[in-house]
Design a protein around this ligand. Sequence first.
Ligand code: UDP
Ligand code: MG
Length: 326
Amino acid sequence: MVVPCYNEQEVILEFHARLAAVMDKLGNPWEVVYVNDGSKDETFPVLCGIRTGCANCAVLDLSRNYGKEIALTAGMQYSQGQAVVVIDADLQDPPELIPALVEEWGNGFEVVYARRKSRAGESGLKKTTAKLFYHVIGKLSRVQIPANTGDFRLLSRKAVDSLLAFPEQHRFMKGLFAWIGYSQKAVYYHRDPRFAGESKWNYSALWNFAIEGITSFSTVPLRLVSYLGSLIAIFAIIYAGGVIYKTLVFGDPVQGYPSLMVVILLLGSIQLIGLGVIGEYLGRVSNEVKRRPLYFLDSYQISSLSKPSSASKAGEFNNPPHSDEE
Ligand code: UDP
Ligand code: MG
């Protein structure tokens, strides 16, 4: 299991207790990699406490808050298992579903994702905007991103290694999970409200997340801008023809200030929107070409499953610590 944790001090003990109960009952060898994503509360000490009492635990401490996507990537790099379950710490993803995921993995699926039948504790506005987002990205992107599916899922070792092969900084996980392909299977569940603590997602964060998803998985907006430009050019040529004809035939009295203003303002704003769209992509290109390391670890404690010599390459993205031991 890979568990990203950011300010989760109130839930993490309860989470671990429920997870350990489920996993012990399942009977397979298991480990859980907790990734402390630069929490500002007592999450890290609590995680260290859990680690002391549980040999199956690994704790990674990132040097600052990098965001859930990077935290997940770090956790996956340090994971050792033949399959990895990505699960939130806040108990919105019930650990009790893991046996069902494992069962489908046993049936030969490389990716088994948990799909929400319901979203308890979420506002109508959040549900509507989520639905709209899945609709738009479904239309814009070539890979089909399943709706109502979070990051909660089981990935086989093959799928995990495929995900780790993505060098990009802008890691829109929902998209990457779909991008890698392989045989995928949905398992349905009811999403619980948060056990305690607060969601880190407000509407502005969700808006950024949506832009991130669209720009990472589609260049359709760029093409739309050029289509819009061509369309306006056609109208402009027709209109220009009319104006020239009128001037030649009827002379040129100085008129037309309102229409001039309207055209200038309209074209000016469309150009700015176009520049903005290009800018969104350009900004991401500039972030990618810097090729910065994805993250740095402040410290880590490996689990009993890990081999000590191999887990020492913090931040070296192209050398996942488990790469030599499959
Ligand atoms: N999380 C993280 N880094 C962040 C934000 C969130 O590791 O910068 C973790 C968080 O601790 C939780 C998971 O990502 O385990 C999901 O976060 P949250 O519950 O806030 O998101 P929501 O369920 O509201 O989508
Ligand atoms: Mg949550």
